[in-house]
Design a protein around this ligand. Structure first.
Ligand code: XBP
Ligand code: MG
Length: 256
């Protein structure tokens, strides 16, 4: 096996966390503080161009609020709103309102059986990763990932490649030995900047992304009862359309 590690993005990749997870959690945090801010699904889609929850709130306040609506104490307010948002987010996850995307559980087990190492590279906050992984994959599953690179370790968020560089450095691996699994244009910009071959599982807010650097683009990883479909990518022709699941042996075969 030439493939040494899989590096997973979190939001949009492990689960569709944005529309029904982070978004309502932000809105609950706003309502707690009696702020008349409401991020509907379409506005949130535009705000997602800015990675990082705190950065997204600053962007909203600067670009969408009139002078008198923009709170003066943003530097105090934003971190407080962000902490409250993350508490609401954990509640939503614990309530079982978000599911893993197809094939995620399967490929994680497959990688562990095959001796392929696992890591996470995300721009979300560590508490959100822990809440998601523990609730959806089980208490011990956080240990499956030997590196969890988050906004707490690396402040420069995607599309900066820093979080991927941190994961590679911690694992002592070269980019060419790994595959990144991403769902967004900002995500693949970060992984591709280091030359990490990247599989894109397109997520609901990222259907129109530019994934021209991708090794393979699929709608999701697929499961026996939910076949995946190839949408593009540099290895698309070599894999053909005749498979229903992306597994570790397929990823090893298409590794450049
Ligand atoms: C997605 C993000 C995050 C989340 C919210 O990160 O951009 O900002 O929307 O999480 P990724 P925080 O796809 O890299 O996992 O509020 O913790 O930033
Ligand atoms: Mg993502």
């Amino acid at each position: 096996m030439r493939l040494k590690a899989l590096i997973f993005d979190v939001d949009g990749t492990l689960a569709e966390t944005e529309r029904d997870g982070h978004r309502p959690a932000f809105n609950r945090a706003f309502a707690d503080r009696c702020l008349h801010w409401n991020w509907d699904e379409s506005l949130y889609g535009r705000l997602l161009d800015v990675t990082g929850g705190k950065e997204r709130m600053y962007h909203f306040a600067n670009e969408y609020l009139g002078g008198h609506e923009r709170p003066e104490d943003l530097d105090t307010l934003v971190p407080e709103l962000h902490a409250a948002k993350n508490r609401h987010y954990a509640g939503i996850i614990e309530a079982g309102e978000i599911a893993l995307r197809p094939g995620i559980r399967r490929i994680l087990h497959d990688a562990r059986k095959s001796g392929v190492r696992l890591a996470i590279a995300t721009t979300t906050t560590r508490v959100n990763v822990v809440a998601l992984v523990e609730s959806l994959l089980g208490k011990d599953a956080i240990e499956w990932f030997e590196v969890i690179a988050t906004a707490d370790e690396v402040p420069d968020k995607k599309p900066s490649p820093d979080v991927y560089q941190y994961a590679l450095d911690q694992m002592g691996l070269a980019a060419a030995d790994c595959i990144a699994i991403e769902d967004s244009e900002n995500g693949i910009k970060a992984s591709a900047a280091l030359g990490i071959p990247t599989l894109v599982t397109v997520s609901e807010y990222n259907r129109d992304g530019n994934f021209s650097d991708a090794l393979l683009v699929v709608d999701h990883l697929g499961d026996p009862d939910q076949p995946c479909r190839v949408q593009g990518g540099q290895a698309a022709e070599s894999v053909g359309a005749e498979f229903t699941e992306v597994d570790v042996s397929l990823l090893d075969r298409i590794l450049p």
